[in-house]
Every structure is written in structure tokens, then in C-alpha cells.
Design a protein around this ligand. Sequence first.
Ligand code: CS2
Length: 471
Amino acid sequence: MERLSASTDLPPSVARPAYDRAALRPGIVHIGLGAFHRAHQAVYTQRALSASFGPWGIVAVNLRSSEPVEALQSQDGLHSIVVRAPEKDIAEVIGAAVDWLCAARDCEKVLAYLADPGVRVVTLTVSEKAYGLHPATGGLDTTHPAVAADLANPHAPTGVLGFLVEGLALRRARGIAPYTVLCCDNLPSNGRILRRLVLEMAERRDQGLTDWIAANCTFPCSMVDRIVPAATEETRSIAKRLLGVEDSLALETEPFLQWVIEDDFVCGRPAWEAGGAIFAAQVEPYEKMKLRLLNGSHTLIAHLGLLHGLECVRDVMAVPELVRQVHRHMEAVVPTLDPVPGVDLDEYQAQLLARFANKAIAHRNVQIAMDCTQKLPQRIFAPAVEALRSDSDAAAFAHVVALWITAVRKRMEADDPRRDEILEAARNLDTADPSASFLAIGGLFPPELVAARGWRDAINAELQAAAPGAL
Ligand code: CS2
């Protein structure tokens, strides 16, 4: 069957670029060509370009796998999204990309774009684990494989920090203004974290470069939101039905999307507000709300799903007793949040429950339960620490940790960069104090939680009650 391309005669129902693709110029380098980027920043950029054109083409870079890059190449830079509302599926073809590269193969070309004065923004969706963030210090983890490799060989980087720093070094050497670095991963105060990591990485090679980045480069925070499950064969066949052609990059997503960005760009940016993004002076309250209410509840739901043999988020949301647990979790989160301008938290929670329950979205619990060592700190531990400090109830957060430990024990498997340490903790579980080996995983839990006897007792009580025979 024919593949999606610039010459495809799309059915009228399919939305498509409403701007002159030939007039685009490389203006943004995006690193991390996964489904989330294709359903989020690429869509916002397309909408912004349609509403208020500027030459903001995206150079789409994937760090390791060349698969999505080759797919874009064979489809003239086009990919589709299928928006699945409970009542109807709508397809849209996105065409904001102007070039596509696999960094592992085309390091030189990626660096050439990063050093191109026309590129003024670098956006990132590489997932929490790619940054080399040290869990205990909040700074650079020099033992992270990509960080270590790029410190040893800075001119041929492999990881996200290595590319950012080498790109900035080239610009400084050539007298070109820096780019703005916009982190779009689910980390708290993501821009501030990234700034610190980039500066620590630069410091290890050149103090002058570090000072130049600190003085000239900005790292706005941003809160990104859209539920985008991993695509399946079914996704591709729905897309084929709607488009009339095959798209190997097809993905499915929900109607909801949100992007709140701190307006702090050093040399211009696309009119993303024309595409629906919100520019705010303070993004942290939005991030905190989203990470704790959406992502924290997701982590709870994912583990409830794993332990009850339910495949997707929507399946968990079909069981009233499990939904009650989600409610209880959200109730425990709310007192830890700051006021969020223009957001009614009751409505926000009701909307989240409806999004989770969307029957058209097959969001697999195993996908969300991945990488817990990278996700629990901002989703569960941070609100738990704040709840304990203010003497409020932290039991809901202890519950998620107990579910995580139980799921690891049950499956004796963990898809996580710290897999070996987690499985070791599961093997060394002490029946009298079953959370101890997990709480001892280096730097994972904040010291306040390790020391909080009541919190540890709550996890232990649940573990002992849940699986007396298994411990
Ligand atoms: C999810 C997120 O996989 C996960 O950990 O919680 O990917 C979530 O779907 C997005 O952040 C929604 O914006």
C-alpha cells in the first residue's frame, strides 16, 4: 500500500499543514523524536505556523534509534496523529519538520545545526532518565553512561547534555548568540534542573564557556501534557483507514493537550501562543499540579493495574474501588499544591478522571510503570515530604510505594535504569522491616522519608498485610 508523502491526496476530513512548507527554515532543533513530541510540540508548532507564520521549521533529532528518522525520510517529513475522543477519531497530518537526523549516525550534522545562527531554540523530550540527574544531589551524575562518555569525548557527543554543551561551545567560538534550551520532560522546575546540569557539564571542560552560558543562555521551565500511549498495530490500521495510506509513524492520542511555558527566550521563538500554548511568568505551580495530580495518579493506577491483572489505565478506571483510591490520592496531593492561576483544582481533578477513563485510549499500565526510580521522586516522594512537614496525611504516598515494592516482588522484574539495585532490594527483603532494603537504595528516597518512622511503618504494614505468605 502507498505510504504517506507530500503527494498523498488526503481525504478532506484530514487536517494538514495550512502553511507553505517550502518556506520553512531550520529554526528549532528538537531532540527526542518519540511519540510524545510528535503529538505535542510538533502539533503546537504546526498550529502556530498555520496561525502566524514564521520560518520555524523543526530539525527532528533522535539520539539513538534511526527508525523514526528513516520513517520521516521516507514520508517527506510528514507524520500523522489520530485524536481519539470517545465518540470519534480524527486524523491530522503534521509537517513542521524540515530535516531529520539520527545523532548516533550523524553527529556532525546535528552539531552543524546546533551551531547554525538560524536555529534559535532547542526543545527536548528525551525522558527523565536521559539527563544524568543525580537523585541525591540534584546535580550532574558523572557516572551516567552518556555523561561519562561525553565528558571523555566532548567533541563527538552521544547524550543530550553533551550535544547541548558542544553546540553552545561552537556558537561561542564563532561569535553566535546562544539558543534557548526548552526542556519538555516531566521533571519539576525542568528548566532550572537542566540549567544546572548543563553548567556542571560545561564546568568540567571550560570555565569561560560556563560563564558565557550562565550569562547568555536561558532555560525556561515548561509544563507539557498530553496522554500518548505507545502505538500498536491497531493504531496504524486506524490511521490507514482515516488517511487512505500507511503511516509507520502513526500514533493515537487524546483530544486534550496543554503546554505552559515560561516566557524567557534569548533570541526569539515561534508564536506558540497562536497554537494554543500558555506563556506564564511562573510555570512551577502548573508543573507541580500536573506532576503530582496527573503523573502521580498515573503511577498509582499503573501499579494497581499490574497487581490486579488489568492491562490499561481505562481498565483500572472501570473498577469503582480502584477509582476511590485515585480519589484519595488526589485528595492527599491537593494540600501540597500552590494556587495555580486560572485553574480550579476540583475541575482539574474531574477532568483528569475523565481523561484516564477515556475508553478510546489504550494506555498500558506497564508503559507508565517503567522507570520508577526516575519518576517516583517528583511524583510521590516530594509531596510526601511536604505532607510530613506540615503534619498532614502522607499515607496515600506510602501506599504507592508499597504497591511499587509489591509489584517488583511479584514480577521479580523492573524496566528501570536501576533495575539491578531494585531487584537486589527485592531479593534482600527483610520480613520484619520489608521496606528497609528499598529505602536503602542509594540516594533514591529523600533522607526525610528514610528517617520518618511513621511513614516507613505505613509502608511496612501494607506490605505485611498484602502478602504475608510472600514476604
Ligand atoms: C505517564 C506520562 O508514562 C508516564 O509516566 O505518566 O507519560 C503521561 O502520560 C504524560 O505526562 C501526560 O502528559
